[in-house]
Design a binder for this molecule. Structure first.
Ligand SMILES: Cc1cc2nc3c(=O)[nH]c(=O)nc-3n(C[C@H](O)[C@H](O)[C@H](O)COP(=O)(O)OP(=O)(O)OC[C@H]3O[C@@H](n4cnc5c(N)ncnc54)[C@H](O)[C@@H]3O)c2cc1C
Length: 359
């Protein structure tokens, strides 16, 4: 149990036991094995929230198939810069995991990563034209070497038979495919990383403990208050560094910390429905991650013209009529691009005002 103010107080407290805290914990111990790290998790084990395999889609996001990473510019060309950044980042993750497998920290890569073709599938002439341009831009880059494009329905029926079944003969469709995509079980990976950490000296995981408050002490250390979820007792500890890997709970704690970086953020719930198929015969006929193109949504700004003017000044592109796209699964809502297909993130000011914007 964490005691109040003992000599064993940690150098670092990781709040939350999801993939983010687990990854940072391993980074830190690799770089400085002498660090004393505490992980504090409100639930009874690691990876029980978003990082659990059943709570996310498991896509190894390399921007192979996610169409919202490649916006169309106002001149009709495709901006692939974000896709390239994401692709390189995923490659760095793979290199890190590969290093951990070689080191023996992760016993079996099959426990968390599998190859699966990544596809983008569109229908309708405008979307087909978009995908074709996107393919031309992406396949010219070495990061997307091997990307395939087709409008041929016979070929599409071989790639994704279930997606093609029952479609009208005159429907225009197209897809790209990269066969080297990855499916990642982040829950399994998190548990492997936490197990690896737990085998090291100077690492302790405290489950069933909710961090209730963080504040800065006069000496500069962080004070972390927590509550035992089983018995209800409260404890506190201090640390030189705190990492808020608390997923959806991180924002509240960030705001409680009082640091300026906690200002200007907002959040909103995103809902969805998981459909799970346990019929092996059907599952055998589908081996691909297929992403579609979300319909764009027009958000009409309710501000009076004068306010719109100041919004325009703050975003340099807000025209009062904002074009927004659903956020991608792995980024915060602030990455919604603002208006005019500019791809720029919504500014703090627009973001805080979003509650007053109606669809
Ligand atoms: C529907 C959906 C689909 C997704 N699909 C993908 C995908 O295909 N590919 C991909 O890469 N990503 C995907 N993501 C995103 C990915 O799941 C998350 O980015 C990732 O799991 C976040 O990890 P984390 O460690 O930050 O948070 P979490 O895994 O949520 O861990 C945070 C932990 O903090 C704990 N906690 C919270 N508050 C406190 C507190 N006060 N004190 C102590 N502990 C606390 C929670 O109990 C939790 O265990 C998806 C997410 C969703 C919701």
């Amino acid at each position: 149990m964490i005691e109040n103010r003992t000599a064993s107080e940690p150098d670092v407290v990781l709040v939350g036991a999801g993939i983010m805290s687990a990854t940072l914990g391993v980074f830190l111990k690799e770089l400085e094995p002498a660090l004393n790290i505490s992980m504090v998790e409100t639930l009874d084990g690691a990876a029980l929230e978003s990082s659990d395999a059943w709570n996310n889609a498991g896509t190894g996001h390399a921007a192979n198939c996610e169409l919202n990473y490649t916006p169309e510019r106002s001149d009709g060309s495709i901006d692939i810069s974000k896709a390239l950044d994401v692709n390189v980042e995923f490659d760095l993750s793979r290199q890190f995991w590969s290093y951990l497998v070689t080191k023996g920290a992760i016993a079996d890569p099959q426990s968390f990563i599998h190859p699966v073709p990544h596809m983008s599938f569109v229908h309708g002439p405008d979307n087909v034209a978009f995908l074709k341009k996107r393919f031309a831009a992406m396949s010219a880059h070495h990061c997307y070497y091997g990307m395939e494009y087709t409008e041929d329905k016979k070929k599409l029926s071989e790639w994704v038979p279930l997606v093609m079944e029952g479609r009208a003969a005159d429907e225009q469709v197209a897809a790209t495919r990269i066969i080297t995509g990855a499916d990642v079980d982040y829950g399994s990976l998190t548990r492997s990383l936490v197990r690896y950490l737990a085998g090291m000296t100077g690492f302790t995981a405290h489950y069933a403990h909710r961090v209730t408050h963080i504040s800065r002490e006069p000496g500069g250390r962080w004070r972390i208050d927590m509550k035992n979820q089983r018995g209800g007792e409260t404890h506190s500890t201090t640390a030189k560094f705190v990492y808020l890997g608390a997923g959806g709970g991180a924002l509240l704690l960030l705001q409680k910390s009082g640091i300026p970086e906690g200002r200007g953020y907002g959040g909103f719930p995103v809902s969805g429905i998981w459909l799970r198929c346990d019929d092996a015969g059907i599952n055998k006929r589908h081996h691909a991650k297929v992403y579609g193109k979300a319909p764009s949504v027009l958000l009409r700004c309710r501000f009076p013209t004068s306010t719109r003017g100041s919004l325009a000044a703050s975003t340099r592109s807000c025209s009062g009529l904002m074009r927004a796209f659903p956020p991608n699964s792995s980024s915060m809502a602030r990455s919604w691009p603002c208006s005019s297909r500019s791809g720029r993130p919504i500014s703090d000011r627009c973001w805080r005002s979003l509650a007053t914007i109606s669809i």
